[in-house]
Design a protein around this ligand. Structure first.
Ligand SMILES: [Zn+2]
Length: 229
């Protein structure tokens, strides 16, 4: 009867562990101190870009983006692990110095199934608000192989986010100028969770209830991506 029990347990585990066998890398954007040195934007490129920018700061809360991204990252880690995923973190501390290129290489070395980069947005116009997801462009020799899967993940995750937050939907956007995409050989998305330059959205981004909705939306979208890819 051991065989029967094992099969039953496996079936049960699969239904409650929809991310079993998946490796997910969470990159909490930015870090305590930016690193304004430059690095190539892509393998073999002479175009140079800042290693890690400082990120934005909440206009209402004064909270730096790197604090928000790590709060979200740690909550995502817990939620993904609870669904059976093997979760890796670029950082669990603010006091690190890991460039965007290095972050991509970590994902490559781990051969993860998906990299989720967490960010918040900022704009000069404080009325701008909403969620968007960036993914690597199809029309870029460095990312053409990962563009399709990344775009699919971005689509499902944005749907999950909008359904769970009712935030303004700013769409998915293909980008060829993101160092963290161009060095990646595994699917990757960058979630702009909201505008810290919009006072109301900035307040929401630091609200644990709203953060839980963001996490739930990302989790739901990720599960649907892996189910439908
Ligand atoms: Zn950012």
């Amino acid at each position: 009867m051991i065989v029967h029990e094992t099969l039953t347990n496996m079936a049960a585990a699969n239904s409650i562990m929809p991310l079993a066998g998946k490796k997910i890398l969470i990159d909490a954007g930015h870090q305590g101190k930016g690193n304004l040195e430059k690095e190539p934007i892509a393998p073999g490129s002479t175009v140079m870009k800042t290693k890690v920018t400082y990120g934005t700061t909440g206009v209402a809360t004064g909270i730096p983006e790197y604090v928000f991204t790590l709060e979200m990252g740690l909550k995502l880690k817990e939620s993904f692990a609870a669904m059976g995923a093997e979760v890796f973190m670029i950082r669990e501390d603010h006091d690190v110095n890991i460039s965007n290129k290095e972050r991509a290489l970590i994902g490559n070395d781990l051969n993860v199934d998906l990299v989720i980069k967490i960010h918040a947005d900022g704009a000069a116009d404080e009325k701008i608000r909403g969620i968007s997801i960036l993914y690597p462009s199809q029309h870029n020799k460095h990312t053409e192989k990962i563009a399709g899967k990344s775009r699919l993940a971005a689509t499902y995750i944005l749907d999950g986010l909008i359904a769970n937050t009712q935030a303004e939907n700013r769409g998915i956007k293909a980008r060829a100028d993101i160092t963290g995409f161009n060095w990646s050989v595994v699917p990757v998305v960058l979630i702009e969770c909201g505008y810290m330059s919009n006072p109301q959205e900035d307040d929401l981004l630091s609200d644990p209830t709203y953060q839980a909705r963001l996490v739930k939306g990302i989790l739901k979208g990720t599960i649907e991506y892996f189910t439908n890819q």
